[in-house]
Design a binder for this molecule. Structure first.
Ligand code: SF4
Ligand code: SF4
Length: 418
């Protein structure tokens, strides 16, 4: 067992940085091993193995940090398959900070001497995919444009079959960027910065356009800095906290330079990650759903009627990280005519979990199955999810488009026009 260098800083740590081992022990020793969290864990429900649940993972991380356990490939897999959904954290009576703990645990694995012990996200080909495609907005935009073209030619299924785990994660009906007209109202209420995300801007461009349109209609000037970077969530949850911090710092520079009052994010997972900008850089960050809910009713333009049944998916990042499980329903209840139905099993992760749908596609698809069955039962006109990753993962298995809530708000705005 190689001792942890005492100078290595842990994630989310200030003002006197602890070493990773110290930070792991601080959080892991809060656990009283009661097991209340275990039945709430989606990965435990898949395997029935205690080591695939929160209590087992906490024991593994504690053992590594105390030098009692070697981080071998088996240990790696148990820690790696955690979805960081934090369902365990929300039910823990001892207040164990599991999200922080697993991020530190993976950063600790990243220092292991053998690649077999490191997080799978750090394997060379996955890092290449993440760094050269998934976090590059232009390349992602070009790749998704090609995929849309292939789908229009009836070749979508072939592309999905030929591109391995990446293909399995692609939506059957990719969203088409729309050229929605911007509001002609004069912006008077302030300036907001729109964070569209790297995969989000490519896989769900209509959501960014809808957010822009709605915020303009409410009287805000919207800037979308071209130099904005990935939010860093894939890095933070994949054992690379320093890379995540650097990406946040870059976003802080970019958005501060644009002199925005608030960064408005499309997608709850990016929002959860960028929330650290508030404490680290003093910049306000909101997800578009929560930003809209914070607006006083006099700021709202009229919304037209939409006679649709909408199945609402609640991402873990919205439910457990942002602790706003009812936000999407509350927002959409403003639209006259909408019938809102909760997707069954919303308290369970859908399996998307950032890169997990690529790293462990079989497990991700097993976790998605109950959601697809629920969609089949409900037969809604549309499914909404406030997180781009979940929307993409659901749309890869369902035979319909999965929208962001703000897209329906934009549609209801348009419905007032003759
Ligand atoms: S974060 Fe989710 S998957 Fe990971 S241990 Fe907790 S409940 Fe299980
Ligand atoms: S509920 Fe909390 S204290 Fe109990 S086993 Fe889970 S993490 Fe530990």
């Amino acid at each position: 067992m190689t001792p942890q260098p005492p100078t290595t800083p842990a994630v989310n740590e200030s003002p006197a940085p602890l070493s990773l081992d110290e930070a792991i022990q601080r959080d892991a020793l809060d656990c009283v091993m009661c097991g209340i969290c275990v039945p709430h864990c989606p990965t435990f429900s898949l395997s029935g193995n205690e080591a695939d649940g929160p209590r087992g993972r906490i024991s593994l991380m504690l053992g590594i940090s105390q030098g009692d356990l070697l981080p071998d490939a088996d240990v790696r897999r148990h820690l790696d398959t955690c979805l960081t959904c934090r369902a365990c954290e929300t039910v823990c009576p001892s207040g164990v900070q599991y999200g922080r703990l697993i991020d530190n645990g993976r950063a600790r694995l990243a220092q292991a001497q053998t690649s077999a012990a490191q997080p799978r996200a750090l394997a060379r080909h996955w890092r290449l995919l993440r760094d050269q495609l998934l976090t590059r907005r232009r390349r992602m935009g070009a790749a998704s444009g090609l995929y849309r073209a292939a789908t229009r030619l009836g070749l979508g299924g072939l592309v999905r079959r030929l591109t391995g785990p990446l293909g399995r994660a692609l939506p059957r009906h990719p969203a088409t960027p729309s050229s929605q007209p911007g509001s002609t109202d004069t912006p008077t209420r302030g300036t907001v910065g729109l964070f569209v995300g790297c995969t989000g801007s490519a896989m769900n461009a209509p959501a960014g356009a809808a957010a822009r349109q709605v915020m303009r209609a409410m009287g805000y000037r919207v800037v979308t800095p071209a130099a904005q970077a990935c939010c860093g969530a894939m890095h933070a949850h994949g054992g690379e906290p320093a890379a995540a911090r650097e990406l946040r710092a870059r976003n802080a520079r970019v958005f501060s330079g644009a002199e925005v009052e608030t960064i408005v994010v499309v997608g709850t997972a990016c929002r959860a990650e960028l929330g650290a900008l508030e404490t680290e850089h003093g910049i306000a960050v909101r997800e578009i759903t929560e930003w809209l809910l914070e607006r006083a009713s006099e700021e709202w333009p009229a919304l037209g009627t939409l006679d649709q049944q909408v199945a609402v998916h609640t991402p873990c990042s919205q439910r457990n990280h942002l602790r706003a499980p009812g936000a999407t329903r509350e927002l959409l209840s403003r639209i006259p005519g909408l019938e809102l139905v909760e997707l069954d099993g919303n308290e369970r992760c859908c399996g998307a979990a950032g890169l997990q749908a690529l790293l462990y596609p079989d497990e991700a698809e097993r976790l998605r199955e109950p959601k697809l069955e629920s969609i089949d039962r409900i037969q809604p006109d549309v499914v909404v999810s406030a997180n781009v990753g979940c929307a993409t993962h659901l749309a890869a298995g369902a035979d319909l488009e999965v929208r962001q809530p703000v897209e329906l708000i934009a549609k209801a705005l348009a419905a007032t026009k003759p």
